[in-house]
Design a protein around this ligand. Sequence first.
Ligand code: SF4
Length: 625
Amino acid sequence: MKEGLHGWCGQILKVDLSDGRTVKLDTMSYADRFLGGRGIATRIYWEEVLPEIRAFDPENRLIFMTGPLVATGTQAAARCMVVGKSPMLMPEGFCYGNTGSFFGAYLKRAGYDGLVIHGRSNKPVFLLINDGDIQIHDASSLWGKGVYAVGDILKNEYGKSVRFITTGVAGENLCRSANLMTENDGSVTGGFGAVFGSKKLKAIAVMGSGGPSVANPEKLRELNKKVYHLYKSPSEDKPASGETTPSANIKHCYQCGIDCEFRTVMRTASGKDMIGMCQPMFVYHEWILDRKDEPEAAAYDATRICNDFSICTMEMCNIIEWLEACFESGYLTQKETGLDIEELGKLSFFEKLADMIAHRKGFGDILAEGLLRAGEKLGEKAKDHFSEFVSGVGEGAEYSGRAYLMNALLYAFEPRQSMSMLHEVSLLVGEWVMNLNDPESSPVTADVFRAAASKFWGHEKAWDLMTPEGKACAAAKTFDRTIAKDCLGLCDEVWPIMHSWNTPDHAGDPTMESRVFSAATGIDMDEAGLNKYGERIFNLQRAILLREGLQPEKDDFPAEFNFEDPVEEIYLNPDVIVPGPGKEVISRKGKILDRKTYDRMRKEFYKIRGWDPESGLQKDDTLCE
Ligand code: SF4
């Protein structure tokens, strides 16, 4: 750790797998303008991954970057960003993912803010980072093994305190949607597991006994208590201690004491443990439920199978939906696929399909290229059976812009579906829906919703989800805050704190992130200052996307179905209701996104960003800021 430096460790490790050379970069030469996490990783991508580099080229980088709040004791701050050229996108392009658990925190405990990997080994290897020291080891005993086995082997060899990130057989075989996986079922999407495979890198194991220093530990403890207090629901009788207080059945991320529903240990039908996350739990759930001859807990086995192979659960869901539609129409049969559709909903069907994809067996070889590329290979008839949700990375319509106008911009201007951004409006509306149904279940009344919308989205009309007014401003604020959060290493489950059971007006606090940052690093910062970093990094990302071929007049739009297919339901909001101008409740069910309305929002968004209002191109002064 560098003396006098708080929050950051001060160095980033670069490893060239082609020749084993390592170099250390000075974090602070980047942090001044790009903070950490997604910001520094995006900057390094800009400098080192030129447009002509392909995802599986040795020159592609995998950039792991933590933030200045990771491993400082800040609550819900264990995220590690991963940036690189994604083989999952079509065409391949800039993408990011992130994971919690322990890996990022232990990278910092080992003395590094981040890790940049490039080159390609000529045989399978894994990296071992141990308190600053780095070794490249032969991984032939790990190659061909699943994620859970790799974890067991590493822990047997190096002890329980070793932390890791790895990929399963799908990554080794360059399945384009292969994830990176950490212990406790943490995953990074974007196809970066396949980039590991292309580099013949099986795993990175980290051990560390240090950690960054904190500028003002007392203040940070006090703020941690406030985070607990604001986050806590009445059902949690836990004292607001500000210390890590792990529950027995929750596998927390490093140093986190939040009562987190996304880390609950679940028991599969086959008697194994796994951690209950959000979307991954539902990869096969609806098909299992449709059958009476499988227990519901077999759905958790399906998730575990994906995790072990490192298959992306979002992609897998789309594949199954597509196969079902193809079989129903007679376009595909058992003859071409080797699959018996009568078995759909049985765990054995899922096991077989996952195995075919991960090992690229038979029809699985086509599916391993990802559904979008399978469509290109098989032709228009195959594409006719895609659900409207099929997109590059993510399902693409979970909280679509047909229901919540500002989300149309959030989909259009990100290279992948960004759940943490979409959550800002969608979870707040979901809480309001809960309050309508049962006031004991959520504090978000229509008044709380309005106050939060004005405070967090910066426009007095942002709360009115029926009008485009204020939505470009709300989207810009959401981009900036979420990217700043991704730079610091903060977790989506807790941050931003938009409402609370425990304040007199049930308001949350948008200043918490900047205050925690100041306590940890000793650097004065306010909410606007932090969001300015978010805006700068959003602009840098835009420059990368333009450099890689983005065409604003064609690409600055959400998927076409938004303009054509009426919305029928939304997660957490089956009747698609939104708060009306008075106390009334208005439904957007059956609505589409109006093209003229969207176009107005798009142009307004360009203007707010300081881009050319017609072309959407950035101006010199925007890029130099
Ligand atoms: S709130 Fe949950 S997901 Fe977030 S850091 Fe804590 S344990 Fe991890």
